[in-house]
Design a protein around this ligand. Structure first.
Ligand code: LHQ
Length: 257
């Protein structure tokens, strides 16, 4: 239900249940866990690119799925065991994660896209906080992330009404990084991932951590965090290479170490 290809520093992870709009099943979550473990352990990987096969990114939880013995799915347990670890592991990867949103991203599918570090969308992509339509609360980090990305009022409107937000509007609101033509999305996303994979990965991983954690820190705490992370970045080979390249007036050749 997923595909994983690793080449040239980029891990491409594709949600692959196109006939069900790449909605998440327990099986898919299991495969994703395995894939993310592999990606994390592979020292050649310097960027993860997440996208969906077919015409959607993901329609969120597969609403046809049942629990053991055909009982209704235990939603709290499903979040605890599957969605919440997925969001945390995307956040905790020590390199950038890019989402290429190729179509509709609904429910948990929208919030998992937004949990990625940079979101690139095709012009026909739509983001839907579909939860209220089925009497649920936005999950997978949506209630934490949305107010920070677009402000409380817009977050409230999106979550209460559950209406689709078009890619252009999502861009204007600061929800996503960039919108490109649908037929250019795959190439643009690959180019962005390749570009990120050629940058100093240690520094990028620490930068992502600092920015994400800033939401819960005061300035004093954040200044201390920057000092501590700078100590680590300063010891990286890529820092030495960056300074050497600057002095020698040449392009740096970063190794990701
Ligand atoms: C689907 C789905 C889907 C199964 C389309 N499931 N088949 C919940 C529970 C547990 C714990 C964790 O948290 C969550 C979080 C959630 O994610 S709740 C929100 C779940 N998602 C939704 O409510 C979205 C439901 N889908 C839709 O509203 C529409 O399908 C959208 C707006 C995404 C796309 O609309 P269309 O482009 O018109 O496509 P479609 O509706 O015709 O769907 C195509 C096929 O995909 C269709 O199957 P069929 O066999 O009839 O061709 C749909 O039934 C299937 N599909 N979403 N979530």
């Amino acid at each position: 239900t997923i595909r994983l290809e690793i080449a040239d520093g980029v891990a491409r992870l594709t949600l692959n249940r196109p006939d069900k709009l790449n909605s998440f099943t327990i099986q898919m979550h299991g495969e994703l866990r395995q894939a993310l473990k592999q990606v994390r352990q592979d020292e050649s990987v310097r960027c993860l690119l997440l996208s969906g096969a077919g015409r959607a990114f993901s329609a969120g939880q597969d609403l046809g799925e049942t629990g053991p013995g055909e009982r209704p799915l235990d939603l709290a347990q499903t979040l605890d065991h599957h969605y919440n670890p997925l969001v945390r592991s995307l956040r905790d990867l020590p390199f950038p994660v890019v989402a290429a949103v190729n179509g509709v991203a609904a429910g948990a599918g929208a919030n998992i896209a937004l949990a990625c570090d940079l979101v690139l969308a095709g012009r026909s992509a739509r983001f839907i906080q579909a939860f209220s339509k089925i009497g649920l609360v936005p999950d997978s980090g949506g209630t934490w992330l949305l107010p920070r990305l677009v402000g409380l009022q817009r977050a409230m409107g999106l979550c209460l009404l559950g209406e689709p937000l078009e890619a252009e509007q999502a861009l204007a609101w600061g929800l996503i990084w960039k919108v490109v033509d649908d037929d250019a999305l795959a190439d643009e996303a690959s180019a962005l991932a390749a570009r990120l994979a050629a940058l100093p990965t240690v520094a990028l991983g620490l930068t992502k951590r600092a920015l994400h954690d800033s939401a819960t820190h005061n300035l004093d705490h954040q200044l201390n965090m920057e000092r501590d992370l700078q100590k680590i970045a300063a010891r990286s080979e890529d820092h030495a290479e960056g300074v050497a390249a600057f002095k020698e007036k040449r392009q740096p050749d970063f190794k990701g170490r």
